[in-house]
Design a protein around this ligand. Structure first.
Ligand code: B12
Length: 482
């Protein structure tokens, strides 16, 4: 079958936050299709093709080829088109793509999948896509490409079917070791490795070594796509893929995007020891975890290995410095234990330790915020290698947080999260969508500033105090021009 897989243009709140994506999900589907049939898979990655195309989009920026450009890249005889929608806020874009694809190829089957249809299936079903897939796409797309009746495939829903069947997710890949590596045979693979060098650590590859997370933090969307069963790949398979990346593509840096990379100590150790061996043979490989790891899965022996295996940046999912708020978030993390772990990470000189912190979380009273600030000051005291990444709480569709906010009347706007109506981007860095009797938007921004100032070099604190926010923006632009 002639198949086209589309990665849409992405939306970013500001130019400084534009990052590249290696489309691991869509490339995994591509490999599975090629492995399960004589399919010709054409990859249309709008973000990659148009990475220099940046234009205003409501309160943010769209990056990537426009819809005309995308449709023009789809071969005319294509029979099956898969459209990826990795974020809820991308809904209007993927609806437009589906509409235009159906105009160009009325007989082709158009299928939409990813986080958006998995968290808002009702909405996605209203698009021009013939089918949506809720959850993982590999088995669903292989079934559709084998001409199985789509609505008889678990997790596949036709746009015309009557509501009532609910939206049970697609069959998940039980044993990830049975999956082929994401498709590395794409014609422009070279660009993926070079465009991704956001952290300037050389040729970079993204890697996912497990799926699913047994925890269910109130604010997180991933359970709707990957479920709560933790499905790790075997360390041997992960190391085989890493070796391929080093030998065939001279990869120098890995960005591990798992939701819970270090959950299983034995497997983590095996993978890191494998990286140590590769580096002993001259691979010069470094790695980082931009999506964060769970702090209480770490201990001193693993931390020593993290150091020996050349981790350049370890991001920690702390989320808050007050135990009560962590309880409300259902994070199940003990702050004293977390502090001891961060102390060990500094002791073993992990070069960069990023700490995710959410501010403006429903339940974050003034007292709990002060307590969090006290805790973060203690963490700051551990050393300069610790930096903080402060995000505003975001009510992403399909999360327990959004449901609670609606129940408690914190969110009154019924269309919040429906990006077909509300096109304004949700951005963890800029928009305060949730306010409560404990804080308004100005207060949340002040709290973010206060937390950032704890970890910022003194001169930055002074500049921040002296100059109104606007000027900082032009300062950043000026610095870029110099
Ligand atoms: C890597 C990553 C990024 C990367 C690239 C993302 C990408 N998908 O290419 C970058 C850094 C760009 C990024 C940015 C952001 N991210 Co992010 N990101 C992730 C992360 C950690 C991994 C994505 C991944 O590779 N998953 C593994 C692969 C195998 O899965 P997949 O891509 O989802 O694909 C599978 C299914 O979705 C489905 N599928 C996907 N496409 C298709 C297509 C078809 C046709 C079919 C049938 C199926 C299908 O099948 C695939 C294989 O099983 C996810 C968390 C997660 N576990 O996925 C968060 C996640 C997607 N990000 C999230 C968020 C919120 C953001 C930001 C908005 C945060 C911010 N800073 O503001 C920004 C948004 C940027 C933007 N432009 O809009 C949320 C999305 C929530 C939501 N409801 O929208 C997630 C789910 C994290 C979370 N914990 O909630 N992110």
């Amino acid at each position: 079958m002639k198949i086209a897989l589309i990665n849409p243009p992405f939306l970013f709140p500001s130019r400084n936050e534009i990052v590249f994506s290696q489309c691991i999900g869509l490339r995994s589907i591509s490999s599975c299709l090629k492995m399960n049939g004589k399919h010709e898979v054409h990859f249309v990655d709008a973000l990659m093709h148009g990475f220099s195309k940046i234009r205003r989009y409501y309160n943010g920026y769209m990056v990537g080829s426009d819809v005309d450009g995308i449709v023009s890249l789809i071969p005319p005889e294509t029979e099956l088109v898969g459209i990826s929608a990795p974020f809820s806020q991308i809904a209007p874009i993927v609806h437009q793509i589906a509409e235009r694809v159906k105009e160009k190829l009325p007989d082709a089957k158009v299928v939409m999948g990813g986080v958006y249809p998995s968290t808002q299936p009702e909405l996605a079903k209203a698009s021009c896509a013939d089918y949506i897939v809720v959850g993982e796409g590999e088995q669903a797309m292989v079934g559709i490409s084998a001409n199985l009746k789509p609505t008889e495939i678990r997790g596949v829903y036709s746009k015309d079917e009557k509501p009532g069947r609910g939206f049970a997710p697609a069959e998940m890949v039980k044993n990830l070791n049975m999956l082929p590596f994401p498709d590395y045979s794409l014609p422009d693979m070279e660009r993926y490795f070079t465009l991704s060098q956001r952290m300037k650590r050389g040729r970079t590859a993204s890697l996912v070594t497990s799926r699913g997370c047994p925890f269910s933090c109130e604010f997180c969307s991933i359970n709707s796509v990957y479920g709560r069963k933790y499905r790790p790949r075997a360390a041997s398979g992960v190391l085989e893929e890493i070796k391929l990346l080093v030998d065939r593509y001279s990869i120098q840096a890995l960005e591990i995007e798992d939701d819970n990379f270090t959950l299983l100590k034995g497997r983590t150790a095996e993978i890191l020891e494998g990286i140590v061996r590769l580096n002993e043979k001259g691979a010069g490989l470094s790695w980082s975890t931009p999506n964060g790891v769970r702090i209480d899965t770490l201990d001193e022996s693993i931390i020593k290995l993290i150091k020996r295996s050349n981790c350049t940046s370890l991001t920690l999912a702390l989320e808050h410095g007050d135990q009560e708020v962590l309880k409300i978030m259902n994070k199940k993390l003990n702050l004293d234990r977390a502090y001891e772990i961060m102390k060990l990470l500094v002791k073993h000189e992990i070069p960069q330790i990023g700490v995710f912190v959410i501010v403006g979380y429903p339940g974050e009273t003034e007292a709990r915020y002060r307590e969090s600030l006290r805790y973060l000051k203690k963490v700051r005291g551990l050393g300069n290698s610790i930096r903080v990444i402060v995000n505003f709480a975001q009510p992403y569709p399909g999360t327990k947080l959004t449901a609670r906010c609606r129940e408690e009347g914190i969110i009154k706007d019924k269309d919040l999260g429906n990006f077909l109506i509300k096109r304004e981007l949700m951005s963890t860095g800029h928009i305060v969508p949730i306010t409560t009797p404990d804080f308004d938007a100005a207060e949340v921004k002040k709290r973010k500033e206060e937390i950032l100032n704890i970890f910022a070099p003194k001169w930055k604190v002074v500049v921040r105090r002296l100059l109104p926010m606007g000027a900082i923006q032009c300062l950043r632009e000026m610095k870029k021009l110099i």
